[in-house]
Write a protein that binds this ligand. Structure first.
Ligand code: FHN
Length: 471
């Protein structure tokens, strides 16, 4: 019978070899992790990482925090400014007073399944929600902050955990809007948040401490515990945040999850509300972020226009200045034709209900996309003109050209610069007949039935599908 001594050496040798291999592997991994500079990504790797986001085209923005409970009213009056989520600054509400509002942020009606299902019904392909806005309140249970539901309110759930789980269940990519500027944290110029005054040198040292030992720790929590596909930074304009920190933060977040997509507000390159990076300096960020506007022309850089449906990002009870569903559809078409994404905002109430006016518009756009979505999702802008006149836009996918007409195209509908393939079928999405057409001297003339509207009803835009190429 073999004694234990007969086994000692071989076992020891096996363990030594196994341990050495593991050590080497860890070292390699460590070296591999340390060596990757995500700021020097190849175009091929970048395009592969961005593909799902480019194809998605249309997402839901959600602004939700203690400001949603305040609803844009202060001392019995609606604020005169648009953005209800800025009420702390607009009304120079002292932190202790604002904290009392935060305690009242108890979203008893929050329902993750309802929110994600509505986004799906709307035809939205990703969601970006405010994990922390400028007011500093974390809408997840953070280990490094007591300014969250768990430690600050009677609400005993983690809505971000519920939303992340529901998004996984419904295969809806989830992203987080996270403000670099923080009006609550004592080391992030909280004592001077009520003014634009630049911080003192001490302020910059404090902010560096906040950056390393709070902001980055919370981001690590969010990425590791909630697994977002997008980090949507904001508040980068705050003076004590630096370009060097921006480059570092991009590298840091990508090192936490290499496939994650990060907007250009991680750094200091953004040109205001126009949203694209300044030329010259290499600023970090995967896409530009025009806000409340659409780029004037098409861009070869990735970009996403974020917009409200009324005037406020956060819920504002008094704001009834709603964009029409037709305008929202035209905005989506215009953005897609220019090669961008459209991030359309909803501002749920403090209780967790999405306003009915938002729901109606989301459902209207969703119905239009049910018929016309193939011309929006996974399409590209044309190399040449993205439009013809003021009421026609184009997208393409492979050898398919899509032409959107904002107006009733009944009768003879002419397109310039589009060469149909021989024997091409020309159709209107949602209308089953093949349309007669001629192509002479560079002009495509399509015969559309005079009673088209009677047959398919009014639409915000009629989409022609043409096998062909741009000239
Ligand atoms: O200050 C924020 C504002 O509250 C809102 O979040 C928008 C939408 O991203 N961004 C900033 C204003 O540019």
């Amino acid at each position: 019978m073999k004694s234990i001594s007969n086994y000692t050496f071989p076992v020891f040798l096996f363990l030594f070899i196994a341990f050495s291999c593991k050590e080497n592997q860890q070292t390699e991994n460590a070296e591999t992790t340390e060596e990757v500079s995500y700021l020097e990504e190849s175009k091929g790797d970048f395009d592969e990482r961005m593909k799902w986001w480019r194809d998605a085209t249309y997402g839901m923005f959600i602004h939700w925090g203690p400001y949603s409970e305040i609803a844009g009213n202060y001392q019995g009056q609606p604020i005169e400014q648009n953005a209800a989520e800025w009420i702390m600054k607009y009304k120079k509400i002292p932190i202790p007073e604002y904290e009392q509002f935060a305690k009242q942020f108890v979203p008893e009606h929050f329902d993750a399944e309802e929110w994600v299902s509505l986004a799906k019904q709307a035809g939205m392909k990703y969601i970006v929600i405010t994990s922390k806005h400028h007011d500093g309140f974390s809408i997840w249970n953070s280990e490094v902050s007591d300014y969250d539901f768990e430690d600050f309110t009677t609400y005993d759930k983690d809505p971000l955990a519920e939303l992340a789980a529901e998004c996984k269940r419904q295969n809806m990519p989830l992203g987080f809007y996270h403000s670099i500027m923080d009006w609550h944290h004592p080391k992030a110029q909280a004592d001077t948040y009520t003014s634009e005054a630049d911080t003192t040198a001490a302020g910059k040292e404090d902010f560096a401490d906040f950056y390393e030992n709070y902001l980055k720790i919370q981001l690590k929590e969010l990425v590791e515990n909630y697994d977002p596909e997008i980090m949507w930074f904001d508040g980068e304009w705050t003076p004590e945040y630096t370009h060097e920190q921006g480059l570092d933060l991009y590298q840091y977040v990508r090192s936490l999850k290499p496939s994650i997509i990060i907007n250009n507000r991680v750094d200091k390159g953004r040109q205001g509300m126009q949203g694209m990076n300044k030329e010259g300096e290499d600023y970090a960020g995967d896409f530009g972020t025009p806000e409340q506007e659409i780029l004037e022309n098409a861009s070869d850089f990735d970009w996403e226009s974020c917009m409200t449906m009324n005037k406020s990002w956060g819920y504002k009870e008094a704001d009834n200045d709603w964009k029409s569903s037709v305008l929202l559809i035209h905005n989506l078409i215009d953005v897609a034709a220019k090669g961008g994404n459209y991030l359309l905002n909803v501002g749920p109430t403090g209780e967790g209900k999405i306003p009915q006016e938002s729901i109606k518009r989301l459902q209207d756009v969703g119905k239009w996309l049910e018929v016309n979505g193939e011309a929006i999702y996974a399409t590209e802008k044309l190399s040449g003109n993205y439009k013809q006149g003021d009421s026609i836009r184009f997208t393409k996918s492979g050898d398919m050209i899509y032409a959107f007409s904002y107006e009733d195209p009944s009768g003879e509908f002419a397109l310039e610069g589009i060469a149909p393939a021989e024997n091409s079928k020309v159709q209107i999405l949602g209308f089953n007949e093949n349309l007669e057409w001629t192509f002479e001297n560079g002009s495509l003339k399509i015969q559309v039935p005079a009673d088209l509207i009677d047959q398919i009803g009014n639409s915000a835009a009629y989409t022609f599908k043409i096998t062909g190429q741009e000239m």
